[in-house]
Design a binder for this molecule. Structure first.
Ligand SMILES: C[S@@+](CC[C@H](N)C(=O)[O-])C[C@H]1O[C@@H](n2cnc3c(N)ncnc32)[C@H](O)[C@@H]1O
Length: 218
């Protein structure tokens, strides 16, 4: 069942292409997984918009006491993620589902994480409400997002910090950013102003170069 609004899921036929690109920046997923696993050592964690599942996979590998569930509205992504996670499938699983109606009962998760998904969500208030519903009382959600209208040096600094190769990713991000700004569409990430508007306005935001983290508490 697809719970997302139309037009948002990543097209299934392009999922292997995205996955190939994501594998080239795998170190970045490892680095974020270390940060998350440092914060939460055990419990149940949901990755929202898990795509090819690389962040969930790293989390499951790092922390044997974490149970990880990834949801994504793209069936192609979910198939890929389920395939890549062979070997740790007793602690990580992937489901087709979207942010607007998560297929879980209330208070199911100790933490929700997501990377590069906020800019896909047309109805952010609804998604945040749903995330709060599935979090246990006292639980936290961390939404990582690449910010497109920061200086190129900040993008380069973030790539270095996450051990993602500058080539091809710096020119790729700069090009995608230009296109996104010109087209007025959110192709790769949000713009700085988006964090001061609408549902994100009241949220705590931790800025680290071009990668910003929105923190939501229940
Ligand atoms: C840029 S990809 C990021 C994938 C993954 N988080 C990663 O970093 O590799 C964005 C993902 O968000 C998913 N997505 C789009 N709309 C969504 C929604 N309404 N709820 C949850 N995920 C959504 C897409 O299908 C896609 O897999």
């Amino acid at each position: 069942m697809n719970h997302a609004l139309p037009g948002e899921p990543f097209p299934s036929p392009l999922a292997p292409l995205y996955c190939a690109e994501a594998l080239l920046r795998r170190k970045g997923y490892e680095s974020l997984a270390r940060e998350i696993a440092f914060h939460i050592r055990e419990g149940k964690i949901l990755e929202l918009g898990s795509g090819p599942g690389l962040l969930s996979l790293e989390l499951a590998r790092l922390s044997p006491r974490l149970e990880v569930v990834g949801v994504d509205p793209s069936p192609g992504m979910v198939r890929l993620a389920s395939h890549l996670c062979r070997g740790v499938e007793n602690r990580v699983r992937f489901l087709v589902g979207g942010a607007y109606r998560l297929p879980f009962p209330p208070s199911s998760f100790d933490m929700v994480v997501s990377l590069g998904v906020l800019h896909h969500l047309q109805d952010l208030p609804r998604a945040l409400k749903e995330v709060r519903r599935v979090l246990k009382p006292g639980g936290k959600a961390w939404f990582y997002e690449v910010v497109m209208d920061v200086r190129p040096e900040e993008i380069a600094g973030t790539l270095r910090e996450l051990e993602i190769p500058l080539f091809p990713f710096l020119p790729l991000f700069l090009l995608e950013g230009r296109l996104a700004v010109r087209a007025g569409r959110r192709l790769v990430g949000l713009k700085r102003g988006d964090f001061r508007r609408g549902a994100l306005a009241g949220c705590r935001v931790e800025r680290r170069g071009a990668l910003w983290k929105v923190v939501v508490k229940k």
